[in-house]
Design a protein around this ligand. Structure first.
Ligand SMILES: [Zn+2]
Length: 137
């Protein structure tokens, strides 16, 4: 039986493996379409904009801004009970993609839409996988 005190960790598959391997190297990797040039996140086998399959992996610089957020006061799992209140956010990275993450190392009351952030990487006890998150820039 899984330890309910342990936070969940991703299980990389054939499409997401490059993203998760990058996270363990301190890189935020994303796909850019070789046909239309648009970025997409999360990883898929075809472009969500034009359906082309010529996707290229690139590294994001790590800068972005908060697009939207919510302060979580009730933990969804026992493993997160020690973190409340914490911030769940949609972040627009400078490369033109949006991803969901937690905003770490800040007072939730200080988070604002448009706030500059940078990607950081969270370790999870019991796992070798790091999780891309953000912190105030
Ligand atoms: Zn495309």
């Amino acid at each position: 039986m899984a330890d309910v005190r342990a936070k969940p960790v991703p299980v990389p598959d054939g499409i997401s493996r490059h993203y998760w391997e990058g996270a363990n190297l301190g890189e935020f990797r994303y796909q850019r379409c070789g046909a239309c040039g648009k970025a997409q996140f999360y990883a898929r086998s075809a472009c969500v904009h034009c359906h082309a399959t010529q996707l290229q992996w690139q590294k994001a610089g790590g800068g972005g801004r908060i697009a939207s957020f919510s302060v979580i006061h009730r933990a969804p799992l026992p493993a997160f009970a020690g973190d409340v209140p914490y911030v769940l956010a949609l972040v627009d990275l400078d490369e033109g993609l949006r991803f969901m993450c937690n905003v770490l190392r800040c007072d939730p009351a200080q988070v604002r839409i448009g706030m500059p952030v940078r990607v950081c990487f969270e370790s999870r006890p019991g796992s070798e996988q790091t999780i891309p998150q953000v912190e105030p820039a």
